[in-house]
Design a protein around this ligand. Structure first.
Ligand code: G
Ligand code: G
Ligand code: MN
Ligand code: NA
Length: 254
């Protein structure tokens, strides 16, 4: 059967699961939150990476069902993380363009918040520049409603999309996630350094938080920390991990 047909079956069989990647404070390295990353544990294919199944789900609409499940499950999981960590944390969830445009999206968001008992501000929704640009008028209305719920909006893969910076002024955005292609060649690359510095400066003056993605080395970490980047996400400080592994990491850190 096709991967597409297998996906519908996989939803019924509960083969999708969530991994969690730590987002840490650059200075203290304490875990502040997690990005949720979906995984498909296929009985014979093994772990199917999201790059293979998210585009299919986006095309056939299954992403709405999967995304709703992921958002709610992630919010519930965060509660357990907090109980173990004995402090407040946040959860960052990817929202695909099709989910963002779906009529039911705000209901899905409200349900996840109400069911889990999280505060709206503990939820970060990651969208890309492309998602904003497909229909800016609609995007503005949805983002305003998200902000009313106090959920924060992060621009994922910041700097890689085709868009103007005007949306930073127009929309209620809280977080910029610097794409890992700008981090990879730090600290050696002058161009990437200039881009990261410019983003950090822009964010500072617009009162936005910055997460550097794909940090793999101490050299990258030091560079970013010294330039005021507050949050770090990458293999250096934690790979995407199963919930029980994340729980163990939190336990160890108390
Ligand atoms: O680890 P990584 O291979 O997990 O993820 C690859 C890409 O898949 C990410 O860049 C992200 O955009 C996408 N992705 C992962 N999990 C989710 C999810 O829960 N929802 C959506 N919409 N995209 C996801
Ligand atoms: O949603 P987004 O496209 O930002 O998804 C994050 C992706 O980046 C996931 O596929 C995740 O596995 C991957 N990732 C996270 N940390 C690192 C890292 O340090 N190095 C690399 N190469 N990839 C990373
Ligand atoms: Mn992301
Ligand atoms: Na990203």
């Amino acid at each position: 059967i096709s991967l597409e047909a297998a996906m519908f079956q996989a939803v019924r069989e509960g083969e999708f699961l969530l991994y969690y990647q730590p987002i840490v404070d650059a200075r203290t390295r304490e875990i502040q939150g997690f990005e949720t990353l979906m995984r498909w544990k296929h009985p014979t294919l093994g772990m199917v990476p999201p790059a293979r199944f998210i585009p299919i789900a986006e095309t056939n609409g299954l992403i709405n069902l999967l995304g709703a499940w992921a958002l709610k499950a992630a919010c519930v999981q965060l509660k357990q993380f907090e109980e173990v960590a004995k402090r407040s944390l946040y959860i960052s969830v990817n929202i695909s363009p099709r989910q963002f445009r779906n009529d039911k999206f705000l209901d899905v968001l409200d349900d996840a918040i109400a069911f889990s008992g999280l505060l709206g501000e503990q939820l970060v929704l990651e969208i890309t520049e492309g998602t904003l640009m497909i229909d800016p008028v609609h995007a503005e209305s949805i983002l305003t409603k998200m902000a009313e719920r106090r959920a924060r909006i992060a621009i994922d893969d910041f700097g890689t999309g085709y868009s103007s910076l005007a949306y930073l002024k127009r929309f209620p955005i809280s977080v910029l996630k610097i794409d890992r292609t700008f981090i990879r060649d730090l600290p050696g690359s002058q161009k990437d350094g200039a881009i990261c510095n410019a983003v950090l400066d822009l964010a500072k003056h617009l009162d936005l938080s910055v997460v550097a993605e794909g940090v793999e080395t101490e050299g990258q970490m030091d560079y970013l920390e010294q330039r005021g980047c507050q949050y770090i996400q990458g293999y250096l400080t934690g790979k995407p991990m199963a919930a029980n592994v994340a729980l163990a990491a939190l336990k160890e850190s108390i």
